[in-house]
Structure formats: structure tokens, C-alpha cells
Design a protein around this ligand. Structure first.
Ligand code: ZN
Ligand code: ZN
Ligand code: ZN
Length: 137
């Protein structure tokens, strides 16, 4: 049973690696459907959740509450800048955030502090495209 679905998981993992930024299970499923893979949305969901649980993919929630996934180049702890319009993501280090989080937790007597900090905005390409649509250029 487990063996039979291995190719599907591999295919989902490949599709995620090929995505330019953070994607939802639905949009990844749509890509796979266009390629006629026959992989169901439930399998896409399960595979993405499994990858995220093992640390093989990053997951986060968009401001609209949608679960997004990405196969990140950096494995350890890191932060993201994500374009709200196209989903493109940049992996960023945030040394001052690390220090601030540890210090703040310690001040309140908390240990083993973890944090999630992701910045959503509009990337330069999308901002340019929007300006062009408005006729500013
Ligand atoms: Zn990441
Ligand atoms: Zn963008
Ligand atoms: Zn951090």
C-alpha cells in the first residue's frame, strides 16, 4: 500500500521543488492535474504535510489563513519575505529577531522559545507590473 504511492509522493515533491515560491496544496494539485498525473488533492495534502513535518518543506499561513508550502534551500531555522501577489519567496536571516526573541522570552521567564516570523509584501517585479498597469511608466 505504502509502496504503491511512492511515485505520487515523489511527483508532488518534484512539483514543489519546481514551484517559484510558496504554493497552496490546491495550486500544486492544479499543476499536477494539468500534467495528467491523476494524483488526488488528498494525496497532495498528505504529502505536503508529511514533508513539512519531516522538515523537508517549509509551511506557513498566508494572511488569508491559507496553508502554503515551499521546498526551501535552507534547512535550519530561517525566515521568509513572501510576495502576496505571486508567492515568490526570499529566505532571510534575521539575527536581530533571534536575539530579540530570546531576550523577550527570558524576560518573561520562558525557556525553549521558538518563533515564526515571515514578512508578506509585494515584490519588485509585481510592483513594477502594477505601476505599468496604472500607466505610471
Ligand atoms: Zn524556508
Ligand atoms: Zn510578486
Ligand atoms: Zn528566527
Amino acid at each position: 500500500m505504502v509502496q504503491r504511492n511512492t511515485w505520487q509522493r515523489e511527483r508532488v515533491r518534484e512539483a514543489l521543488s519546481g514551484a517559484p515560491g510558496f504554493v497552496s496544496a490546491q495550486s500544486l494539485h492544479a499543476t499536477l492535474r494539468d500534467e495528467n498525473t491523476g494524483i488526488g488533492l488528498a494525496t497532495v495534502y498528505r504529502t505536503l504535510a508529511g514533508l513539512a513535518a519531516r522538515g523537508d518543506a517549509d509551511s506557513l499561513q498566508s494572511p488569508d489563513g491559507e496553508n502554503l508550502f515551499r521546498a526551501c534551500e535552507t534547512r535550519g531555522h530561517h525566515h521568509h519575505l513572501i510576495c502576496r501577489s505571486c508567492g515568490k519567496a526570499v529566505e532571510i536571516a534575521a539575527t536581530d529577531v533571534e536575539e530579540w526573541a530570546q531576550r523577550t522570552a527570558a524576560q518573561h521567564g520562558f525557556s525553549e522559545a521558538e518563533h515564526v516570523v515571515d514578512i508578506f509584501g509585494i515584490c519588485a517585479d509585481c510592483a513594477r507590473a502594477r505601476a505599468r498597469e496604472r500607466g505610471d511608466e
